[in-house]
Design a protein around this ligand. Structure first.
Ligand code: NAD
Length: 472
């Protein structure tokens, strides 16, 4: 192994090649699946204060085998062409794996959002959207962005508004972007979807005694310890939901300002509020601070959750990992070189393309909602509720006993939008894990979940291309 670190894009490529070797698809088809179909780099001027700044930005559509393409938009000073290509590529496999019928895409704007006021960010976001519209790189049937690192519902609302100004009267225009505020054609449950999906994925892993045995652990997620890097959208909801619904104990949290820990467990919801008020996680009551921020990697725990950026676990620090499981909430947090070291140590990596697919899954539900112009549950909720009331009344009549009010309300409840979104997300994560396991068990020499996930995804994309008749 040389001293040079594999880049994010190289790591994705290496993972692809490793998995492709287990398939029997023709070389040309594999090449078509691998490459990025369209790369758009733009530079546009935006007036910030009294000067003009030239902003570098990207939109990459990795695969047109299904349309629209789909993927988030990242605001970070680290954005570059290779990074956006790697992220777009991962989106194709992610969508295929969880049966979301989109090609992969990703966008990036090379800015550090913290250095701009909300008004300046709005200007940049709107100008970026204009560039996308001009080149036909956005639209409900073309390419549908969503939030990613450094962006959220607010930016998606600006994108929607700009798009609708330019495409006045387009019936399905609300479906041009997902992750919007609920009041702006968004969907209940999208904000926390990625973190919730991470939780469902982890819970599924712990539901299989055979899988737990590999890392010497007892089945069941309850009581497992977790360390999280990055308390942003994905890290926050992964922690909060894992604690509340899984009984997990979060014993360490790392952010830009430092890493805190507590053997007693850290209340993530309270920590989130504390960080909003003080601007930092440091000195959160009941916690201590590590001398070196980056030592979160070597903390003793069951589950290590990198939820910040790519390449955080690399050749330089992989040896130090003491966790039994790495849950890839971020995209590409483990480099291909680090993965070799971790697998040799017997550590299980639950791969990004599966584990953080909750965001795109619920984005898909939002897109469907926008196209159908109706909120989930609106049509059937009352009907279901009335039917359940009739059933409960019949049971009461037949037994001569009456059910208490609290139980009755619980039993007769019809599903709201958020209930249906969660149910769809849970089903997606459970089913995708089952598919990865099936590949893992079927392919003799496959020894890790990432390769199994890649093979599953490549086969699905390949079968789409073959059905198109492009590769006879
Ligand atoms: P975010 O901007 O909301 O949060 C990221 C957090 O990581 C920030 O709070 C930031 O301060 C912190 N961070 C950055 N560098 C760090 C470091 N060196 N040490 C500790 N903390 C650090 O971003 P997000 O949306 O939560 O995305 C995080 C990751 O998850 C990215 O890799 C993204 O591509 C991936 N992802 C996001 C979504 C989504 O729906 N938002 C979906 C799938 C995957």
């Amino acid at each position: 192994m040389s001293n040079k670190q594999a880049s994010f894009y190289q790591s994705v490529d290496r993972n692809f090649e490793k998995a492709a070797a287990f398939t029997k698809h023709p070389k040309g088809l594999l090449e078509q699946i691998k490459v990025c179909n369209a790369v758009y780099q733009m530079n546009f001027p935006v007036k910030i204060g009294s000067t003009y700044q030239v902003i570098e930005a990207y939109r990459v559509q990795h695969s047109h085998h299904r349309l629209p393409t789909k993927g988030g938009i990242r605001f970070s000073h680290l954005v570059n062409s290779e990074e956006v290509k790697a992220l777009a590529t991962l989106m194709t496999y992610k969508c295929a794996l969880v049966d979301v019928p989109f090609g992969g895409a990703k966008g990036g704007v090379r800015i550090s959002p913290r250095e701009y006021t909300p008004e300046q960010l709005e200007k940049i976001t709107r100008r970026y959207t204009v560039e996308l519209v001009r080149k036909n790189f956005i639209g409900p049937g073309v390419d549908v962005p969503a939030p990613d690192y450094g962006t959220g519902a607010r930016e998606m609302a600006w994108i929607l508004d700009t798009y609708q100004q330019l495409r006045n009267g387009e019936l399905d225009s609300a479906a041009c972007v997902t992750g919007k505020p609920v009041a702006q054609n968004g969907i209940n449950g999208r904000t926390e979807a990625t973190g919730r999906g991470v939780f469902y994925g982890l819970r599924e892993f712990f539901n299989y005694p055979e899988d737990c045995k590999k890392v010497g652990m007892k089945p069941g997620i309850e009581g497992k310890t977790m360390v999280i890097q990055g308390l942003g959208n994905v890290g926050y909801y992964t922690g909060a939901i894992s604690i509340e619904e899984g009984g997990v104990k979060v014993i360490g949290v790392s952010e830009l300002e430092g890493t805190i820990y507590s053997e007693e467990g850290i209340d993530i919801v309270k920590l989130g509020k504390y960080r909003k008020e003080t601007g930092s996680i440091l000195n959160f009551p009941g916690t201590k601070t590590l001398a070196n921020r980056d030592d979160w990697v070597s903390m003793e725990c069951d589950i290590l959750v990198p939820a910040a950026l790519e390449s955080q676990i690399n050749k330089s620090n992989a040896k130090k990992v003491k966790a039994k499981i790495i849950a890839e909430a971020a995209n590409g947090p483990v480099t291909a070189d680090a993965e070799l070291i971790l697998l040799a140590k017997g550590i299980v990596i639950i791969p990004d393309m599966y584990l953080n697919a909750g965001g795109v899954t619920v984005s898909y539900f939002e897109w469907l909602k926008n196209l159908s112009h109706v909120r989930y549950g609106r049509i059937e909720k009352r009907f279901d509720q009335n039917s359940y009331v009739n059933i409960v009344s019949a049971v009461e009549k037949l037994t001569g006993k009456s059910i208490g009010m609290k139980e009755k309300n619980f039993l007769t409840r019809g599903a709201d939008e958020v209930d249906l979104v969660r149910s769809g997300l849970e089903e997606t994560m459970v089913e995708a894990y089952r598919q990865i396991r099936e590949t893992y068990k079927r392919k003799k020499n496959v020894t890790d979940l990432r390769t199994a996930a890649f093979i599953t995804a490549i086969n699905k994309v390949a079968s789409d291309y073959l059905a198109l008749g492009v590769f006879p």
